[in-house]
Design a protein around this ligand. Structure first.
Ligand SMILES: Nc1ncnc2c1ncn2[C@@H]1O[C@H](COP(=O)(O)OP(=O)(O)OP(=O)(O)O)[C@@H](O)[C@H]1O
Ligand SMILES: [Mg+2]
Length: 236
């Protein structure tokens, strides 16, 4: 299995943010992770990226156990979490931000520049704004830059925590198309999303967390047939 989470529990003092969560993510798909505020979605991503240590359970990525490894090591193994747009280096240009996304790589300047130039072709807005400080970009442009920055690490799995948050509908559509295109080029993507319609439209597989527990797992098609989702999301 590409990514496997087994019986994962994470606590913050008395709060049980994740309770015995198990999930499997095959390579090549888009996964949407849904759930109310405080359900444990971001906690799960932080555990996968190595920023939080589980109290019990394990996380496996491409046959290697990664829980307990440092974030840098996990990034080198191929898991990259997209920064929130506002956590980019605001005083650095688009190009400088992209270069910083490659910090985990050991290959030479030439390879990094080549990959960066490819990304500029893929995202023309970044080429246009290459020398502009990222703090001066619009919200949507910052989000594109944040995604491109993550891609500079050459990940195999991309984690996106609410990439559409705070963006206008047209921009959200653009981000959704970007996610689909990246997936078509072979990248496995997990995305946390509050907008159920958007999530169902994007994902091959949906997981729902409720109060730290995994309460639903299935395809978008099976979403409407499930008792839990009917009650909570479809007003049945
Ligand atoms: N650093 C922390 N210290 C203490 N409690 C935390 C910490 N981070 C998260 N929690 C708690 O863990 C639970 C899960 O939080 P988490 O951020 O994972 O939820 P979420 O599903 O991402 O919610 P949202 O949709 O609001 O982003 C919540 O009760 C939250 O208050
Ligand atoms: Mg969150």
């Amino acid at each position: 299995m590409f990514l496997m989470v087994r019986n994962l529990s994470i606590h913050f003092r008395k709060i049980e943010a994740l309770k015995d969560v198990s999930m499997e993510v095959p390579e090549g798909i888009i996964v949407a992770l849904l759930g109310a505020n405080g359900a444990g979605k971001s906690t799960l991503f932080k555990a996968i990226s190595g920023f939080l240590k589980p109290v019990s359970g394990s996380i496996w990525f491409r046959k290697g156990r990664i829980d307990g490894k440092l974030p840098d090591e996990i990034l080198r193994r191929g898991i990259s979490q997209v920064l929130e747009g506002k956590r980019l280096f605001r005083r650095q240009t688009v190009l400088e931000n992209l270069d910083m996304g490659a910090y985990s790589r050991h290959d030479g300047r030439k390879d990094i520049t080549k990959d960066r130039d490819e990304l500029l072709e893929r995202f023309p807005i970044l080429k246009e704004k290459a020398k502009v400080k990222s703090g001066l970009l619009s919200g949507g442009q910052q989000q594109i830059l944040a995604i491109a920055r993550s891609l500079m690490a050459k990940p195999k799995l991309l984690l996106m925590d609410e990439p559409a948050q705070g963006l206008a509908p047209l921009v959200i559509k653009e981000i959704a198309e970007t996610i689909k295109k990246l997936n078509e080029s072979g990248l496995t993507i997990m995305v946390i999303e509050h907008n159920v319609r958007l999530a169902l439209g994007l994902a091959d597989k949906v997981f729902i967390l409720d109060n730290g527990k995994l309460v639903f797992e299935g395809t978008p098609a099976s979403f409407s047939e499930d008792e839990y989702t009917q009650k909570v999301y479809l007003g049945g």
